[in-house]
Design a protein around this ligand. Structure first.
Ligand code: AMP
Ligand code: MG
Length: 337
């Protein structure tokens, strides 16, 4: 199949919306990362998403709507806390897990009785939802297991020939996927995946905010996880990634002792002038690091890195999202000095 690259002009967004109505899959920019969008209520269309990504059938898709008031059409028994959270964090990089109704097929929910609902703020994604009139299932537009795409070119690199079109909406603003939260009761949410809506922000609305232990720890394959995505290898470039938690000086010594032709480091911008080995830099603060992390993981493959030592980010605020993506890219291989 030929994959057409579309611009974000209104004519081309109409074309993208028509493809979705016709049951095709389209790469779409959002404020988090690029998504692979299809009509969430059309089983055949949703199966095309799983096929294009090579995604395990039990890993559910998030459903994107134009407004939180539309959630009543696809879910049931919405708790009052969900409305409070929506008022504060929707539209934006925030997904709530809610009980699904019969309009969401099990193919979309990975066989679960629940569905993740997100209201994206990106004007292109928002427009395509409105023009298509469809709830849009959209996982990250990468090949399953590979770093998420933050530009139309990344989507083309992974999906050329596998999907109908990609809409170019420029670079993704946040650069990491949405915060995924399950509502356990009217006072408690559990973060299943950290993102740019932080635990600290959620605590302003909700008394108890639990950070699920699978966010920072390797969960045995036989253990039950609250979110199927936690079981799978994620975000990994071809290079072997090792996360190093240390001071800058110890990091330099460690890399020096392990340097080689295809060894690179991923460091903070502020370290660059003092760092004597091959490196890429991924920012100096949590928002910049979130914005850059997937782009840099992809670049490391392009330059032929085989081993990459990553200076661990802070795990506070948005840093938790960056830390989570990197520890998973590293397959939980962490050196603490
Ligand atoms: P992606 O589609 O690549 O952004 O990943 C979506 C993430 O949300 C995966 O880790 C899923 O396992 C998780 N997720 C989606 N729907 C649900 C659900 N109903 N219950 C729990 N986790 C979910
Ligand atoms: Mg993904």
């Amino acid at each position: 199949m030929e994959t057409v690259l579309l611009s974000d002009s209104i004519r081309q967004l109409e074309a993208a919306a028509q493809l979705i109505k016709d049951g095709e899959v389209v790469g779409i920019p959002t404020e988090t990362v690029y998504g692979l969008g299809a009509d969430a209520s059309n089983e055949a269309a949703v199966r095309k998403i799983f096929a294009a990504k090579g995604r395990p059938a039990d890993n559910p898709l998030i459903v994107h709507l134009a407004d939180f008031s539309d959630a009543v059409s696809y879910t049931k028994n919405i708790p009052a806390l969900a409305y409070k959270l929506a008022e504060k964090f929707c539209p934006g990089p925030f997904t709530m897990i809610l009980p699904k109704n019969e309009r969401i097929p099990y193919v979309t929910s990975g066989g679960l009785e629940t569905v993740g609902i997100r209201i994206p703020s990106h004007p292109v994604m928002h427009r395509i939802i409105e023009l298509s009139g469809c709830p849009i299932a959209a996982p990250s537009a990468n090949i399953s297991g590979y770093p998420s795409p933050t530009s139309a070119q990344h989507v083309m690199d992974d999906m050329m020939g596998k999907i109908a079109a990609v809409v170019d909406g420029g670079q993704s603003e946040f650069g990491v996927e949405s915060t995924v939260a399950a509502i356990e009761n009217e006072n408690t949410v559990r973060i299943l995946r950290p993102g740019c809506v932080t635990a600290e922000q959620l605590r302003e609305i909700c008394e108890n905010v639990i950070i699920d232990k699978a966010i920072l720890n390797d969960i045995g394959s036989d253990e039950k996880v609250p979110s199927p995505g936690m079981k799978y290898k994620h975000y990994s470039p071809k290079a072997d990634i090792v996360l190093v938690e240390s001071s800058f000086d110890d990091f330099v010594r460690y890399v020096g002792a392990n340097d080689g032709e295809k060894v690179y480091s991923l460091i903070f911008d502020g370290d660059a002038e003092r760092f004597p080995y091959k490196f890429l830099a991924y920012g100096d603060n949590d928002l910049a690091q979130a914005h850059n992390v997937f782009q840099k993981l992809r670049e490391l493959d392009e330059i032929g890195a085989e081993k990459v030592y990553v200076r661990a980010p802070s795990s506070e605020g948005v840093g938790l999202a960056v830390y989570n993506r990197l520890i998973r890219a590293a397959g939980f291989e962490v050196i603490r000095i």
